[in-house]
Design a protein around this ligand. Structure first.
Ligand SMILES: NC(=O)C1=CN([C@@H]2O[C@H](COP(=O)(O)OP(=O)(O)OC[C@H]3O[C@@H](n4cnc5c(N)ncnc54)[C@H](O)[C@@H]3O)[C@@H](O)[C@H]2O)[C@@H](O)CC1
Ligand SMILES: [K+]
Length: 477
């Protein structure tokens, strides 16, 4: 099962792997033609009703594979308003090759010709809400017609993310959906087939630009609350700054007053909130939980906290009473396996921390993917295991990020990662945030390595994060 939103991400990843959308559209159209052939008799009249998105584009391709039938293609709207280049190219091909393909520019004039089979290619996964004109009139006619209705991908009006159906959507007899079934299709009174359109498995398995697009914030939003510092001061500062670079609006750092000034000294952009102590202790917990929950903060707990018994006890108490989202990193990780919490955690262990938590101890995370997935399932939290390849898993779904460079072995790159993931958690689901965060952090390192071959620092990566997040993930397709 895949949502329409995730499908768009996987398709962008496929393009980055060298399988562009136009190729997928060709396969989709071929599959649609197969579904038509399954219900039509030779010489039957087939009417394609197409919209101006890629759903329509799939059907323009299908028309070329249906020469043995009497096919008419109706485009709802003007051809110059076709939304994508690939759909337009396939429309143009129909025109040049003399297919019967016409524009319907006035919904009042829409009249469905007599047909044995109607292909519903008005709207696919790009829809929101009830059908607007001219699709609404066309859908009503399709639903009245005495023809077999074959829907492309989803019946027009169907929300492939939520599985809901617009009140005025198309009632299809058959649905040919692409790559994987969509939520809610099984509940329809229609025969659904899934067509393999040649998306490489790697487009789902490996994190790519589509994952970044899915997790990317639109603008500035979110308050990050880093609980860190004590024996170390750089780590919480890096995490807080990375979150700002990844779109967070405000980054707070709660730290012992003995080091608060030092942390503030690293970055004017952080809001440092000192507490009276040398290190984190259970006494601070109620206040920290209250602050985080009152402001709907996204917490990063761990960077630079150290491993004093009372600090770990405090981290434990914090996570046991906090109920929001949190990235758990560094010293705070070892307590996670024995706590009960209602918080939504993304745990970001490196090799040593993963082993200490009870996960596999290995140099090749990629070879241990199944074990890491089982470990996350057991833990019941998202795990982002950091290594040469990073593995993000929620125990059921697993993605591997291959981005990054050897220079990132330097200290501090895990702190930037924690901050990026926290910022993405504001809008993205925890697994999506973890996967995209790992990739963006890796791209930031790669872009720095392009100019500073040796000896770059995690703090130098901070300025690379925005490009990695907003431009670096784009494919050329
Ligand atoms: N993502 C993928 O991997 C692939 C997608 N393909 C096809 O592309 C489709 C998605 O294409 P698009 O994203 O272009 O979206 P659609 O073809 O679903 O159309 C989106 C258009 O519909 C309009 N629209 C949205 N809500 C509406 C409403 N309530 N009433 C009337 N019009 C409305 C929007 O203005 C937008 O221009 C898929 O369903 C599938 O058929 C295939 O070509 C192959 C691969
Ligand atoms: K459709």
């Amino acid at each position: 099962m895949i949502t329409g939103e995730r499908m768009a991400a996987v398709d962008e990843n496929a393009a980055a792997l060298g399988v562009p959308r136009k190729q997928l559209m060709e396969s989709s159209g071929h599959a649609v033609a197969g579904a038509v052939r399954a219900v039509a008799d030779p010489g039957d009249r087939v009417v394609i009703v197409a919209g101006r998105g890629n759903n329509g584009g799939d059907a323009f391709v299908a028309a070329r594979f249906l020469d043995e039938y009497d096919v008419t293609t109706l485009l709802l709207g003007r051809a110059n308003l076709i939304g994508t280049d690939i759909a337009r190219e396939n429309w143009d091909a129909l025109q040049r090759a003399d297919y019967d393909a016409r524009e319907v520019t006035d919904s009042a004039q829409f009249e469905l010709p007599d047909a044995d089979v109607v292909v519903d290619a008005m709207l696919g996964t790009g829809i929101s809400g009830d059908l607007r004109e001219p699709a609404a009139t066309a859908a009503a006619e399709l639903n009245e017609a005495d023809a077999t209705v074959v829907a492309v991908d989803v019946p027009s009006g169907f929300d492939a993310d939520a599985g809901d159906h617009a009140a005025n959507g198309v009632d299809a007899d058959r649905v040919v959906t692409f790559h994987d079934t969509k939520p809610g299709l099984a509940d329809l009174d229609a025969e659904v087939t899934v067509a393999d359109i040649g998306i490489p498995a790697a487009a789902e398995r490996f994190v790519g630009p589509g994952d970044v697009a899915l997790a990317r914030p639109d603008g500035r939003d979110g308050r990050i609350f880093v609980i860190g510092g004590g024996p170390y001061t750089g780590a919480p500062a890096l995490a807080g700054q990375a979150a700002l670079r990844a779109g967070a609006e405000l980054s707070f750092v709660a730290a012992p007053e003995s080091v608060a000034g030092e942390i503030q000294g690293y970055a004017a952009d952080l809001i440092v909130q000192p507490y009276e102590s040398e290190r984190l202790t259970p006494e601070q917990v109620d206040g920290l939980v209250d602050t985080a929950e009152r402001h709907d903060d996204i917490v990063v707990i761990g960077p630079g906290l150290g491993t004093a018994d009372e600090t770990l006890a405090a981290a434990r108490e914090f996570l046991e009473s906090y109920t929001g989202p949190a990235v758990v990193d560094a010293d705070a990780l070892e307590i996670v396996p024995d706590i009960e919490t209602d918080a939504t955690l993304v745990c970001t262990p490196n090799r040593r921390e993963l082993a200490r938590m009870g996960g596999p101890d290995t140099d090749s995370l990629r070879e241990a993917v199944d074990e890491i997935e089982a470990f996350a399932a057991d833990l019941d939290h998202v795990v982002l295991a950091k290594g040469v390849d990073d593995v993000a898993t929620d125990g059921e779904r697993t993605r591997i990020s291959r981005a990054g460079t050897a220079g990132m072995k330097v200290g501090g790159t895990g702190d930037t990662l924690a901050g990026i993931v926290a910022a993405l958690l504001e809008h993205a689901d925890p697994l999506d945030a973890a996967a995209a965060g790992a990739y963006v952090n890796g791209l930031a390192g790669e872009s720095l390595a392009a100019t500073e071959t040796h000896g770059f620092l995690a703090s130098d990566m901070l300025t690379e994060i925005p490009t990695a997040l907003w431009d670096g993930g784009e494919s050329d397709d």
